[in-house]
Design a binder for this molecule. Sequence first.
Ligand code: ARG
Length: 598
Amino acid sequence: MASVPSLAATVRQRVAEALSAALPEAASADPLLRRSDRADFQANGMLALAKKLKGNPRELAAKVVERLPEAAGDEENPVIAGIEVSGPGFLNITVADEAIIGTLAARAADERLGVPYAEHPGTTVIDYSQPNVAKEMHVGHLRSTVIGDAIVKILEHRGEKVIRRHHIGDWGTQFGMLIQYLIEHPHELDHAADSPSAAAGESGEAAMSRLNRLYKASRALFDSDEEFKQRARDRVVLLQSGDERTREMWRRIVDESMIYFHAVYDQLDVEIRDEDVVGESAYNDDLQQVVKDLESSGVAVRSEGALCVFFDDVKGPDGKPVPLIVQKSNGGFGYAATDLAAIRDRVGKLGADTLLYVVDARQALHFKMVFETARRAGWLPEGAARQLAFGTVLGKDGKPFKTREGETVRLVDLLDEAVERATAVVREKSGGAGLTEEEIAERGAQVGIGAVKYADLSTSMSRDYVFDLDRMVSLNGDTSVYLQYAYARIQSILRKAGDARPVPHPELSLAPAERALGLHLDEFAETLEGVAETYEPHKLAAYLYQLASLFTTFYDQCPVLKAGDEATVENRLFLCDLTARTLSQGMALLGIRTPERL
Ligand code: ARG
């Protein structure tokens, strides 16, 4: 269905037309329209314009008013109901109640709520949720997963072709140690060693504990036994050259990790598809070519045996240039080489015109150097790649989140705790609502996981934030629980409405709280457009929070089912229903569920 122009867009256009009629020199000037507390909208553009043209802003504003078709009274269904010059030369604009409900009715008639598809969708490859094999996932992986998942959904919703890449850490010298140990202790990863009662939900935990055991045991031997160390190093060479038995053991370790990753993703309620898991190992065969091309084009040079790329503006504390090392002096490849090969694949083979990397801000220098290298090599168009760098998750002490013992906090422990707290909240709130234990557990998971995701997504991603579960599951304030309750409350109103249906009545005049809610509902499409263009999910979260707040005010001030006359009841039910649909579509784009009952 066709997209629905917002009232803001219509008003902006009308004012712009009147402005250029009043002042032909200002043909393409922006009237700078925004929502305002005094009227519905305020246009401030006349101020700067008059200044530039050395005219009087109030006079200019008055001329604009004269040129509006509405002002002449010859519009049949005027959008603008009132317009006046105020202050030094602003225009305060009120839109017609009829136009508000009329526009919302058009949105409601569309499954997409009038949100348009992008005019020129492209192909975006997004690199996110990239945990490391044989290691626990931590809060950094949480951020990448949650932010990446939201951005995938937001871009796909606009019609962008999105290719997901989980660039997992499945390659490197540490695998020599793990594989060698496994070859020498073939039963180390055997499942039979687990307690037979390990339930499906625990299989992820069990997999991780087997991997931890393998890691610890092989590490201990590696550190204490020189001969084992040598065998482990030889094993790396065999791994890289594709030796079959070595590869098979490597595969077992990766598979074991995938069991664990999938268990965490299930709990996080995030869909990760196996075909999108294309880890560092997948680029192994391309690394030689990367090196050859960089060397022959002169983009990279040999320095002390290593193949390096230098940058004028990247220097260490001693003032010496810090290069990007593509190949180590011993011939080994690292993280940079793999990322360069991945860029070639993504641009060259996958046809991406945008590359996104949802990765910790602490890797910003790495990506800056990698992107610049790829650009110099001609593999990456200028500006096509972008790191969506996220900040650090902090503990309550304001320092990077660690356990009391100074270890990284296991993601699964955090999620378990979030769900536990949320379940307690749901149980208490539901009181006599007659939810079964199973329902309470299901809602608890949806509320707890939603709380963790929302806390992450509602903060601008470049900022650090404190992981504070008390705040995250609070019913008041800017939390997902607050939004989920707003949604559930509306569903309960709609259930109680009996025969009364949500029907828009444009002929009714609106109460202030209805207007405020309606105008905000009308901004959904534009908000999403901005969010998709700037990759800022926190702006969607802020929009939804304001929507829930405006709904709360509306609900306090405007009785719905007891409104009296039938048309008002229907119209208010209509506003309720559209609010609920907007909330749930918006939350879904953030990866958060909206249960029907709470
Ligand atoms: N596995 C890395 C980590 O855990 C993140 C990988 C980021 N993506 C990339 N293409 N380098 O820190």
